[in-house]
Design a protein around this ligand. Sequence first.
Ligand code: NAD
Length: 448
Amino acid sequence: MNVCVIGTGYVGLVVGVCLAETGNDVICVDVDESKIERLKKGDVIIYEPGLGPLLKRNMEEGRIEFTTDLAYGVRRSLFNFIAVGTPPGEDGSADLQHVLTVAKDIGRNMDAYKIIVNKSTVPVGTADLVRKTIAGETSLEFNVVSNPEFLKEGGAVSDFLKPDRVIIGTDDCRVAELMKELYAPFVRTGNPILIMDIRSAEMTKYAANAMLATRISFMNELSHLCERAGADIEMVRKGISTDSRIGSSFLFPGAGYGGSCFPKDVKAIIRTAQDYGLSMNILNSVEEVNERQKGLLGEKVIEYFSKLEGKKGDKILQGKTIALWGLSFKPQTDDMREAPSIVTINQLLKAGASIKAYDPAAIGVAKEIFGDRIAYGKNVYDCLPDADCLVIVTEWNEFRRPNYDKMKGLMKAPVVFDGRNLYDPERMAQRDFQYFCIGRGVYNQKNP
Ligand code: NAD
């Protein structure tokens, strides 16, 4: 089948490569010329495990090509996937300008019947807008499909190749059959392709992300109570996750959720509800709890040094060197959009600290955000010399089993603020670390 994917970001590139992997002829289009130039040379442009070899293989087999020429892609393809960004607008609503620009360009350039597949996360009713926009440019026939994407950065390739389910929103049964054919190679183990009306498909994506964000904020809120009440959120998590009605996913307390999806999608569904005269009370709180949680690590550091030195003030961390592990919003990605690390770093810088940060994948992205306002380590230990404390923001695997003696030898003081509960508090106390984590009040007495 001939497929055009418009937008070669975290979603579009994975979709394009995976559709090529199953034998389709794929043309990937982007307005960003430098991205396309790099992709033409086989440079993956994003950190996504497994994507590089797949891209290389499909380029060698001639099944995938990259261009800035949208007309070329659209004319050669029956399926035209829109996979451009839908960032939050000022009022929290999804900004549809890129989606509608692409719709207009498709309408202007199509030369025969086309299926336009919306992969971008868009509010309920957007397919109607896309249809109207295209119809304003052409009298040719076309169908608009909603096909929201559920891949997770860091596991995007395997998520796309083996999806839990595929959601297809369409009002045309022939289009449903063609979409099923396109997706058939990915659901051979029986995972369902769910065909539904377009509006329900659009809503499903927001519902899924809002539910997952709710679980995280619920646990983060509970962690505060555990900390005050002398309970251990990690025990509580294990206790509830063994209930099959609850399950174990997305129950990890931490430094707050970030990324390009949860924050913006929660905001967007709240905003959509307002357009329909409704208030999303639970989701308003989910967002509020998350905003507070993102500030928690920085507050803990400031409070610790305030107490230690018996002083207060705006520049309480002046003269302090802080090592920071983890910049990406989650492990296995270089994506720093809405990352909790950005909030923490800004708080610590504002309080006068010098920061040296390390991340296995996101240093390049961090340099674009912070430039030389912070220093960058080459590895975990390179951040530690003379550090007054270590702050852990992202749970990369390589942070889980460090050499504690080496850490102590390098740091000015063995003090760790762990935003991901990576270590056992009792073992940390035995190793003579002052260890501050999230929601583990039962160990508080060990931290003076
Ligand atoms: P992204 O910002 O990484 O990529 C978007 C790409 O679209 C960029 O390369 C940009 O240059 C390109 N683009 C913008 N306007 C264009 C135009 N007019 N023509 C051609 N290309 C254009 O975004 P992303 O993370 O891939 O997200 C894309 C969509 O998928 C969003 O709606 C997002 O909510 C949704 N989504 C993202 C994820 C994720 O994990 N990132 C998961 C599921 C769904």
